[in-house]
Design a protein around this ligand. Structure first.
Ligand code: NAD
Length: 421
């Protein structure tokens, strides 16, 4: 059992396929349709040289994977990490396909990654690596085919380099080739906060369903990057108490509540949240098990497993990260009555505002932040209601419900387009 759990945690693609099969069974999908949907449409592996500042040359390996694109162009982030594997990218691409379908935006799934340790690279090395990687994958990305965005260890600057590289090759500016860009080159208002804003919107709905006021609710956040740190700030503004946060170096805890802005400043100055004054230091996994009402995993995959799910004390888990919970853990959490708002729903605010950015770029017509937040809230609340309704109908957890909803939409598009030729 333990090995099974470990392998699920170590191999996100197996985990994604396992989740897919559960939904496919409930939907009575044919074997042919399952074969189409359980694997990506395209997997590109690139090995490319980059000149380092000291004159040495290092060869990097990168990936770009596209899942089903029957509902629209492929869409998904790019991550830089030593942990990137082809299977991880395949899983993340599949989850993107379901995510876009669950919120009803017209995209297929994609994901990319480069095996590297950006923390040890200079800005110029990072720029050269990004530009070369962008060139290598430019044979499959483009504003109408596959649109990258930021993910772990990539940001708006990285997107600007990709947009510029792609545009240089074409001979004119093509802002719609990536989203999550800086505002000055066609980025969207609200994109930076979008993922965390979406997490807040759906958590509000989940809290309402179990009659739990957000005012005073204790929140624990794993990961203090784009998704986690902004979620901590927004939940704090909502009246919640942020009792624990963590990053790769460890966790910090204060039962009377942490000030998320002060923690962020501390992290920016010291490289980690660990050591923040008036906080108790914790182990890296402990944030998942502290007494709290809402747990927001916002770091990486496979962190809530059969080994620790029993010790989770939260009433709501709102998955800002992709794939933080293994299928075995899902079962345990469901039996414990913990509401898990699954990743493909909880963190879909990011891709939704990316979609808004892409639409604005294609039209060269930009909207204000109020309009964006309002449109995002409508989409997130509608998706939450549809998933909750399905979960009630099938007496199942929200992950299975969200997957059923999403997969049925992708299957329908695949069916109605037909098999070429
Ligand atoms: P990021 O690089 O900005 O931040 C990641 C954070 O997680 C960092 O603070 C890092 O120190 C921490 N971390 C990494 N591994 C950890 C571990 N094992 N334990 C504790 N902390 C750890 O990345 P991000 O964009 O915030 O993405 C985080 C998660 O959210 C990923 O799963 C990503 O796919 C998902 N996500 C992000 C967005 C987005 O718009 N940024 C959208 C949807 C989903």
């Amino acid at each position: 059992m333990h090995d099974e759990v470990k392998s699920a945690a170590l191999n996100p693609y197996q985990m994604a396929v396992q989740q897919f099969e559960l939904a496919a069974d409930k939907l009575n999908l044919t074997e042919g349709m399952r074969e189409i949907l359980r694997q990506p449409k395209r997997e590109l592996i690139v090995h490319f040289p980059v000149r380092h500042d000291d004159g040495s040359i290092k060869v990097y390996t990168g990936y770009r994977v596209q899942h089903n694109v029957n509902r629209g162009p492929a869409k998904g982030g790019i991550r830089y990490s030593l942990d990137v594997t082809l299977d991880e990218v395949k899983a993340l691409a599949m989850w993107m396909a379901w995510k876009c379908a669950v919120v009803g935006i017209p995209y297929g799934g994609a994901k990319g990654g480069v095996i590297c340790d950006p923390k040890t690279m200079s800005p110029t090395e990072l720029e050269r690596m990004t530009r070369r990687y962008a060139t290598e994958i430019s044979i499959i990305i483009g504003p109408h085919g596959d649109i990258p965005a930021p993910d772990v260890n990539t940001n708006s600057q990285v997107m600007a380099w990709i947009m510029d590289t792609y545009s240089m090759h074409e001979g004119y500016s093509i802002p719609a080739v990536v989203t999550g860009k800086p505002l000055s080159i066609g980025g969207s208002e609200g994109r930076n906060d979008a993922t965390a804003t979406g997490v807040l919107f759906v958590t509000r709905q989940a809290a309402k369903r179990i009659n739990m006021p957000l005012q005073g609710a204790r929140v624990s956040v794993q990961g203090y990057g784009n998704a986690g740190a902004i979620a901590a700030r927004l939940f704090h503004n909502e009246g919640c108490k942020i009792v624990a946060v963590s990053d790769t170096r460890g966790g910090i805890y204060n039962e009377s509540g942490l000030d998320p802005a002060a923690v962020l400043r501390y992290k920016q100055e010291n490289g980690s949240v660990v050591g923040f004054p008036q906080s108790q230091r914790m182990g890296i996994q402990d944030v998942l098990e502290v007494p709290c009402d809402i747990l927001i995993p916002a770091a990486t995959e496979g962190v809530i497993t059969a080994a620790n799910a029993d010790r989770v004390q939260a009433r709501i888990i709102s998955e800002a990260a992709n794939g933080p919970t293994t299928p075995e853990a899902d079962e345990i959490l469901f039996k414990k009555g913990i509401v898990v708002i699954p990743d493909i729903l909880a963190n879909a605010g990011g891709v939704t505002v990316s979609y808004f950015e892409w639409v604005q770029d294609l039209q060269s017509f930009f909207w204000g932040v109020e309009e964006i937040t309002q449109k995002l809230e409508v989409i997130m609340n509608r998706a939450f209601a549809s998933v909750a309704e399905k979960a009630d109908q099938y007496s199942c957890d929200m992950r299975l419900a969200a997957n059923m909803l999403a997969i049925s939409r992708v299957a329908e598009a695949t069916q109605i387009r037909g098999i070429y030729p």
